[in-house]
Design a protein around this ligand. Structure first.
Ligand SMILES: [Zn+2]
Length: 202
């Protein structure tokens, strides 16, 4: 289970390379019922590059730390926390491509980070033993997703389920709070945030 998936996506002159180096054999919690695939099949279904590009590659890695270390203030426990159990959904776009979030992010095999994914539909589980507002950047750090500075052109939209739909987030995308049923779309280039229907038990 140490395979690596390298997927290169070229679009509008920019090539984005995804390096998936984490082992994805972590177990989902029994009550969630979802066991992540060995490798997220979504990566194999991603659109292929229309043509090779001379553009520079941007390596993006999802790599969950192998041990129980605190990441951006988020702990990792042997059982999922129960003081908070809420869900948000995340969509990531790069230059017209949708970048699926793999299942099993936040599982190390020894512990489960308070922010994690069970499935590959972008649902982020916030299951914490402490009551606190968690933010998108904390999840992205656990996922090993690179930080994009203010010059990268990263924008984000959030549907907080207040009936007003998606609105652009005014501020650093990493500061977006992971509130119940928030639907977050972040990306570089043009993209259309998609509505998301949470499961009844979410
Ligand atoms: Zn959950």
């Amino acid at each position: 289970m140490d395979k690596r998936v390298v997927l290169a996506i070229a679009a509008t002159g920019v090539t984005v390379a995804f390096l998936l180096g984490r082992t994805a054999g972590a177990m989902a919690s029994p009550r969630e019922g979802a066991v992540p695939a060995l490798l997220p099949s979504v990566f194999e279904q991603a659109p292929q590059a229309p043509q090779a590009s001379q553009a520079p590659r941007i390596p993006i890695a999802f790599s969950v730390p192998p041990a129980a270390v605190l990441v951006s203030g988020v702990g990792c426990d042997s059982v999922e926390g129960e003081a908070i159990h809420i869900h948000a959904q995340l969509q990531i776009y790069f230059n017209g491509f949708s970048i699926p979030l793999p299942a099993g992010l936040g599982f190390t095999g020894r512990c489960t980070y308070w922010l994690h994914t069970h499935t590959d539909d972008g649902v982020i589980h916030v299951e914490s033993p402490v009551v606190r507002t968690f933010r998108l950047g904390q999840f992205l750090d656990i996922a090993g997703f690179p930080r994009f500075g203010s010059g990268a052109g990263m924008i984000a939209f959030v549907d907080t389920q207040d009936g007003k739909g998606f609105r652009e987030f005014d501020g650093d995308y990493r500061d977006i709070p992971l509130t119940p049923h928030a639907v977050i779309a972040m990306g570089i280039g043009e993209f259309d945030p998609q509505p998301f229907a949470f499961a009844p038990n979410q």
